[in-house]
Design a binder for this molecule. Structure first.
Ligand SMILES: NC(=O)c1ccc[n+]([C@@H]2O[C@H](COP(=O)([O-])OP(=O)(O)OC[C@H]3O[C@@H](n4cnc5c(N)ncnc54)[C@H](O)[C@@H]3O)[C@@H](O)[C@H]2O)c1
Length: 409
């Protein structure tokens, strides 16, 4: 098998597993991060993020000498960029992608590039970002482009679609999309992925690869928005959405997803904006889906507040409100962009008496976390925000108001 010396720029949830996997495959891997503590932790054979099996891979990779972490890149054959691509939340009418980390990672590798190298963008990116990498390199390293502007390096996008919790497995098993800026770049980079991916490596151009990743997450967002919208329509008509969903899904070509309290996580709640901000007139459905999913979260807050008001009128005192689940989806500890955390914090910040429950987390600054059994006993109003396994089959007191927004009951 052909072997490569690989620089991985950005050693987070994507970069570190990739670096460790490649090193265990026998490649010489030079991992780069801007945070010294990350570099030092990895060089001790330890990890700074939680992901099953990653510790074993990193330990073995560092021990064998195949993985070294550093604050700076080195010369090599392949440069993988796996840095964050968040969005600018405020100051813009539509959230706008922030590709500053990608641009600065590109600048950092420029001095080390040599003819024949591959530069691969793995970060989820707005359409045209791979081209921007080429433009930056053209300015910084004109020697890597001929008089007709043809590149002597191979630049491509290969989006990552692994599921946290299964990253080590999915890095190998998932199909990958490789989109080069040129035909040769696509071929060369696809050849590299085929050395460690068991899934199919699908070839296209850079822009199509960029949009395919954004579209995958937008597709999910739109379908969840339909379920969330339906839950609000059902509520208006006094219809049980869970029953309705089951009945409608008996149609052979209908598959309505589960409604919830909104959409969270750093992918589905973020990536659709990358399309909307660049194609605002065309991406109407995608934009509306984002708005519907965000609106569902505010709607849930209003529903809870209405119940609080009812309780106050009836008993002439403030109720204790149990918020069951803070993570952005069931059975994980990830709070990024989590709508249930937002709901809980908003209620607490407005002075309501909140009992916050998240069985997957021990401590959380700003919120007093309590055990779920304690919360159920203490609360006057119990709201289910995330269908964690601990909340299934609970014996609930009959004299309390129960709001199930996630279908856990
Ligand atoms: N985490 C996931 O499940 C997942 C799944 C698919 C795609 N993605 C995409 O992959 C990309 C990376 O995400 P992540 O979850 O690994 O992010 P992360 O925040 O976990 O890690 C990114 C790392 O890059 C480092 N970094 C930032 N700028 C740098 C620079 N200029 N040079 C070197 N290091 C730098 C940071 O210090 C950090 O350690 C994002 O575009 C994300 O959308 C993530």
């Amino acid at each position: 098998m052909k072997t490569y010396k690989v620089n991985v720029i950005g050693l987070g949830y994507i970069g570190l597993p990739t670096a460790a996997l490649l090193a265990n495959k026998g490649f010489d891997v030079h991992g780069v991060d801007v945070i010294k503590n990350v570099v030092d932790t990895i060089n001790r054979g330890e990890i700074h993020i939680v992901e099953p099996d990653l510790d074993t891979f990193v330990k073995a990779a560092v021990k064998s000498g195949k993985l070294k972490a550093d604050l700076k890149p080195e010369k090599g054959d392949v440069f993988i960029i796996a840095v964050p691509t968040p969005f600018h939340k405020s100051g813009y009418e539509i959230p706008t992608p922030n590709i500053d980390y990608v641009l600065s990672a590109t600048k950092s590798i420029a001095p080390y590039l040599e003819e024949g190298n591959m530069v691969i963008l793995e970060s989820t990116s707005p359409v045209g970002t791979t081209e921007k990498i080429s433009e930056i390199l053209k300015k910084l390293r004109p020697d890597l482009f001929d008089e007709n502007d043809n590149s002597k390096i191979f630049i491509a996008h290969c989006p990552e679609r692994v599921l946290p919790g299964k990253i080590m497995q999915e890095l190998v098993e998932n199909d990958r999309i490789v989109g080069g800026l040129t035909f040769d770049a696509t071929k060369k980079v696809a050849e590299f992925y085929k050395t460690f991916v068991n899934g199919e490596v699908l070839e296209t151009d850079a822009k199509t690869a960029e949009l395919s990743k954004l579209v995958e997450n937008s597709y999910r967002d739109v379908n969840i928005a339909f379920a969330n919208e339906l839950s609000m329509i059902c509520d208006k008509f006094g219809i049980n959405v869970w029953e309705l969903r089951e009945l409608a899904n008996r149609h052979p070509r209908v598959n309505i997803l589960y409604p919830g309290v909104g959409v969270g996580g750093h992918c589905i709640a973020v990536d659709p904006w990358f399309i909307v901000s660049d194609a605002p007139k065309e991406a109407r459905l995608i934009k509306t889906a984002r708005e519907v999913n965000n609106y569902k979260t505010e709607w849930v807050i209003e529903k809870i507040k209405n119940e609080i008001l009812k309780f106050e009128k009836e008993y002439n005192k403030s109720p204790k409100v149990a918020c069951m689940g803070l993570a952005f989806k069931p059975d994980i500890d990830d709070l990024r962009e989590s709508p249930s955390l937002y709901i809980t914090q908003k209620l607490a910040n407005e002075g309501f008496n909140v009992l916050a429950v998240e069985p997957n987390i021990e401590k959380l600054p700003g919120l007093n976390l309590v055990d779920y059994e304690f919360a159920i006993n203490e609360a006057d109003i119990i709201t289910f925000l995330v269908s964690h396994k601990e909340f299934k089959n609970l014996q609930l007191p009959e004299n309390k108001t129960i709001l199930d927004f996630c279908g856990v009951l």
